[in-house]
Design a protein around this ligand. Structure first.
Ligand SMILES: Cc1cc2nc3c(=O)[nH]c(=O)nc-3n(C[C@H](O)[C@H](O)[C@H](O)COP(=O)(O)O)c2cc1C
Length: 377
């Protein structure tokens, strides 16, 4: 099967085409340090046959925390702990690779009182008005991302992924819906992309050009005045040209949950009640059209995320040629050994995940992410 064939992301040799998409673990200490629960989770995933693991998002600045029990990476003091994740994955010894995901929450968080964003655009899900960032604050965040990338390298990760999707800070810079700035970080597509260009250039100074930097980005914000695929392609091309190693294509922002269904007429199968970036069972591979478009614009590997629910679907998508990797989140919460199961047969093997999204609710329980259906069995 092609999904069990190796391929490269930058200089990372990935042993197969299956990636564990970033999944917030809710397992860190209150201060953001790694715990034994993380190490157990990542060991299980590596043993389950996945080619590359992307960790849950780690916050790059104290004012960028998205949730409690989230990993932190805003200081060198976190390197020692986070290195244990890289070590445990590599220690499994089956060639599994691991990438650290880094993020800033921007205007979408319950963990921070005063939220910041490129512009003061009311966030309808948290019902908070963010404060517009000053120029100096943007420079500070660029530096924070650069340092976090260097820390990821120091900790032994194979690469770092910047979370630029789902309405978090970077996504809110890219989107014309949330970025209304009139300085060099807003306005034109080029200006809205500038924060990522500056982060990349700073990271190269701190971590070298060979250290792979990946981006998770929206193919669309799923918002009428948000980022659309035509512009997402221009952004991806610009970033591929400067050296980004790969693009994982997702979509949505928190506030789409609050929009009335009429705004979704153009995508009739989409259920607004279901969580923005997380798909639905009867709409498999729902980001595929957008990921295909991005793949036309760039000559680096493209990763498809969202609702990929069988080995044969994954096989068909990779065989078609425009998508290089399939990534999975919810199915692996229930079955960390899903890749081994998928590779074991050429017959169709689905997922035990029923896409109920209740794993999202477990994130605030303080026990770490888990599958609610497993509890019911
Ligand atoms: C419990 C949970 C935690 C998530 N945490 C993250 C995260 O930390 N970073 C991220 O980029 N996406 C996160 N996501 C989104 C997933 O990576 C993925 O984009 C989405 O679940 C769709 O993929 P799937 O259909 O394979 O689940 C999370 C999703 C869930 C359900």
């Amino acid at each position: 099967m092609i999904i069990n064939k190796p391929y490269k992301i930058g200089n990372i040799e990935v042993k197969n085409r299956l990636i564990r998409s970033a999944t917030f673990e809710a397992m860190a200490t209150d201060e953001g340090y790694v715990t034994p629960q993380h190490l157990n989770l990542y060991k299980n995933l590596a043993e389950g046959g996945i080619g590359l693991i992307i960790t849950g998002f780690a916050y790059v600045h104290p004012n960028g925390q998205s949730a409690h029990r989230q990993l932190a990476i805003y200081d060198d003091k976190f390197i020692k702990g986070i290195k244990q994740i890289a070590d445990v994955v590599h220690g499994v010894g089956n060639g599994c690779k691991v990438v650290l995901q880094i993020a800033h929450c921007g205007r979408q968080t319950g963990a921070i009182e005063e939220t910041i964003a490129p512009s003061a655009v009311f966030e309808t899900y948290t019902e908070k008005m963010p404060r517009e960032m000053t120029h100096n604050e943007i420079e500070e965040i660029i530096e924070a991302f650069g340092l976090a990338i260097r820390r990821g390298k120091d900790a032994g990760f194979d690469g770092v992924q910047i979370h630029g999707a789902h309405g978090w800070l970077i996504s809110s810079f890219l989107s014309p819906y949330t970025n209304k700035r009139s300085d060099e970080f807003g306005g034109s597509t080029e200006n809205r992309t500038r924060i990522l260009v500056d982060i990349y250039n700073r990271a190269v100074e701190l971590a070298g050009r060979d250290f792979p930097i990946l981006l998770k980005m929206n193919g669309t914000d799923f918002l009428p005045s948000g980022l659309q695929i035509e512009e997402a392609k221009i952004i991806a091309k610009r970033l591929a040209d400067i050296g980004f190693a790969s693009f994982e294509v997702s979509g949505g922002m928190w506030e789409i949950i609050t929009l009335p269904p009429k705004d979704f007429d153009w995508r009739p199968t989409f259920i607004p009640e279901s969580r923005l970036n997380v798909g639905i069972e009867h709409d498999p591979a729902y980001n595929l059209p957008f990921a295909k478009e991005i793949s036309q614009a760039v000559d680096v590997p493209v990763i498809l995320i969202g609702g990929i629910n069988s080995n044969l679907l994954a096989e068909e998508i990779i065989n078609e040629g425009s998508i290089d990797f399939i990534s999975l989140c919810r199915p692996l919460i229930r079955e960390p050994d899903l890749p081994n199961k998928w590779f074991a047969s050429e017959q169709k093997i689905g997922v035990r995940c029923i896409y109920c999204n209740e794993c999202l609710g477990t994130l605030s329980e303080g026990k770490g992410v888990y599958c609610v259906q497993d509890e019911k069995v």
